[in-house]
Design a protein around this ligand. Structure first.
Ligand code: NAG
Ligand code: NAG
Length: 370
């Protein structure tokens, strides 16, 4: 392309994008019956850090702990009202000084899903670049449990849940071709190389339970351990794999969602909170309707930030969905304008509060259910 044509194309697309975004024509509408309440959440800033993706409380109820974009795992010290450095997944951290530097993730690590083993106090970590890890209650450098499954390296480890009784951990590898920082092309091109895996803690064996998943993301076991859920983000749905009982081994669609699900967390009642990265608006529908649109979309002369903004429909917003044990939508909480909460990644219910993470905010949200 010659320079002038290129400049004109860039200017035209930028103008078009800003017009569309400013008129909100692309903004996905509110979900029917949703409660517009999430803007009432309070925020807890992660000091000089960014993108607290997953949140976990230790067996004493302390925390939360959260993994941030510079590769650290931080702990909230409620008594001292500050975050402390708890653990890390990469031993080579001398250049990991910026709060947000996606080009450094493969060196610094990017801890995503976190879960505590309530018996031992060990923290299990799904690191997008360093595989599946564990760290003891004192923190420090985590140990790698596995970096491959059935001969294929883990490429984008994302989330997990622990089954104490069977002594296994279910976890996801989002893609075998796209890195975490390429999540947008991975979704837009509808990559289907994600896997749901099982780690046997006594034999240390890893087995593939499901393959060819479309952006395998959040994982949650049911309260009675009869099934495990896995979010397929780019298909906007949650799959259910039956583990025990008459249906063991079968997979079905647990829930279809109005957007892109990230992590799934069970509450004490056995219901599930699902965080949507974003709702599926007009642009996302079009882009995902045909591979040609996806390819063309990625070739627009726009920055990652602009492409992402266009894909989610302009205004960053927040949507949290509560599902019953059978997958029915029980409640939808929204911040449609993104006044307080945006682009959320996890909703963890504890003592009447929702603790809310995001890969694209510098804070954790706290929403009072009462
Ligand atoms: C550990 O206990 C917490 C409550 O303190 C609970 O939310 C969490 O699901 C438990 N984790 C596991 C793996 O059982
Ligand atoms: C885990 O591995 C052990 C030892 O090989 C085996 O006895 C056990 O059945 C396995 N557990 C599961 C749930 O696959």
């Amino acid at each position: 392309m010659n320079r002038e044509v290129k400049v004109t194309l860039i200017t035209t697309s930028l103008a078009l994008v800003s017009i569309l975004i400013s008129f909100s024509v692309l903004t996905p509408p509110p979900i029917p019956g949703s409660d517009h309440l999430l803007h009432k959440a309070t925020t807890l800033h992660v000091d000089s850090a960014f993108g607290p993706e997953s949140l976990a409380f230790d067996p004493n109820g302390d925390g939360p702990y959260t993994g941030v974009a510079d590769g650290r795992i931080l702990k909230w010290q409620a008594d001292a009202l500050r975050w402390t450095h708890f653990a890390f997944t990469s031993s080579n951290r001398k250049d990991c000084v910026r709060a947000f530097a996606p080009e450094m993730e493969h060196i610094c690590g990017r801890p995503l899903g976190l879960r505590f083993d309530n018996k031992t106090g060990d923290l299990y970590i799904a690191d997008a670049y360093f595989g599946f890890q564990v760290v003891g209650p004192a923190g420090g450098l985590a140990t790698q449990l596995t970096t491959e499954a059935e001969g294929q390296p883990l490429f984008f480890t994302n989330d997990m849940d622990i089954d104490d009784l069977d002594d296994v951990i279910y976890f996801t590898d989002t893609s075998t071709t796209f890195r975490r920082r390429q999540f947008l092309p991975s979704i837009v091109l509808q990559d289907k190389t994600g896997r749901l895996l099982k780690y046997n803690r006594s034999s240390k064996e890893v087995t593939v339970l499901l393959r060819d998943l479309a952006f395998a993301n959040g994982v949650a076991l049911s309260k009675d351990r009869s099934f495990v859920l896995v979010a397929e983000s780019s298909n906007c749905q949650i799959l259910r794999l039956w583990l025990h009982g008459p249906n063991a081994g079968n997979v079905d669609v647990f829930s279809e969602l109005p957007g892109f699900p990230d992590n799934i967390r069970r509450n004490e009642k056995g219901e599930f909170w699902v965080a949507l990265h974003a709702k599926k608006g007009l642009v996302a529908k079009l882009v995902l309707s045909h591979r040609w649109f996806g390819n063309t979309f990625l070739k627009l002369p726009l920055s990652f930030k602009q492409l992402h903004s266009l894909f989610i429909g302009g205004k960053p917003h927040a949507t949290a969905i509560k599902l019953s044990e059978n997958g029915e939508i029980l409640q939808v909480l929204e911040d449609t304008e993104g006044k307080t909460m945006r682009l959320i990644s996890e909703v963890e219910e504890k003592d009447g509060k929702l603790w809310i993470g995001s890969v694209m905010m510098p804070f954790v949200g706290i929403y009072n259910l009462q």
